[in-house]
Ligand binder design. Structure first.
Ligand SMILES: C[S@@+](CC[C@H](N)C(=O)[O-])C[C@H]1O[C@@H](n2cnc3c(N)ncnc32)[C@H](O)[C@@H]1O
Length: 236
């Protein structure tokens, strides 16, 4: 069986698996006005760290969605252990099990990039209430990537596309989002240099998953100047 990058993240229970990590998540959420009555979606929740934080910090109605069975299992375990009333869904962002105009706030951290981006942005627009906010942390191409590089990165992460920052903005515009603000952007490599070391844990070892993570670090170090990320804050 061929394993994916997401399988390796799930196996090692890696959280904050987005540029800027959980530190950036907390910083972004601090600037949002979220209250206990708000319906909040974490799209591509991984093992549920941000959803846990949302439920504990704001007491809002949290919905955590991911299409990876192991991520969903880990996130469910986390919410049960914490006795947190978070609703968990195993579903693709591209076709979500929610009615139109349902959410006040959506956060998607390094997940939209792994989907058919335009379809997912259309879904975000559909399920957001008018006046609702989406924050999406997404991978960007810093200019035109040489074809070989693009192929290698897309193959490894199983991506359908890698958009530049202006292409992301056009994709949000196209679905009708009214305001597109970029709260932060950086190259992956620069961000890595600025990031604090995370706690080290003793992890179970698995050769296959180790190889995948090593390949992820190699790609990050080799192409980290050509790859970036943007934090997009958009409103319906
Ligand atoms: C890089 S991880 C980030 C996880 C989490 N947001 C975090 O920051 O730690 C990407 C996540 O997006 C999920 N994902 C990828 N494609 C998806 C899709 N089409 N629908 C739902 N989730 C998806 C993966 O399963 C994975 O949990």
């Amino acid at each position: 069986m061929i394993h994916s990058y997401q399988d390796a993240l799930a196996f090692y229970e890696l959280e904050g698996a987005h540029p800027g990590g959980f530190e950036l998540t907390r910083h972004l959420l601090r600037n949002e006005e979220i209250n206990e009555y708000d319906n909040v979606l974490e799209a591509g929740c991984g093992i549920g760290q941000t959803s846990q934080y949302l439920a504990e910090t704001y007491g809002c109605q949290v919905h955590a969605l991911d299409n990876h069975p192991e991520m969903v299992k880990q996130a469910t375990k986390r919410f049960q252990l914490g006795n947190l009333p978070v609703n968990v869904y195993m579903s693709s962002i591209e076709e979500m099990p929610f009615p139109n105009n349902y959410f006040d706030f959506i956060i998607a951290e390094s997940s939209t990039s792994f989907t058919n981006i335009q379809t997912s942005i259309r879904e975000y627009y559909r399920v957001l209430k008018p006046g609702g906010t989406l924050i999406s942390i997404d991978m960007t191409a810093e200019g035109i990537l040489p074809e070989e590089q693009r192929k290698e990165i897309m193959n490894f992460y199983n991506l359908k596309s890698i958009l530049t920052q202006p292409e992301w903005i056009s994709a949000f515009d196209k679905e009708g989002f009214a305001q597109v603000k970029i709260l932060k952007s950086n190259t992956v490599l620069e961000e890595l240099k600025n990031s604090k070391a995370t706690e080290s844990r003793i992890l179970p070892s698995n050769e296959d998953y180790n190889r995948i993570l090593e390949e992820h670090y190699r790609i990050t170090l080799t192409y980290g100047n050509s790859l970036g990320f943007g934090v997009f804050r958009v409103m319906k």
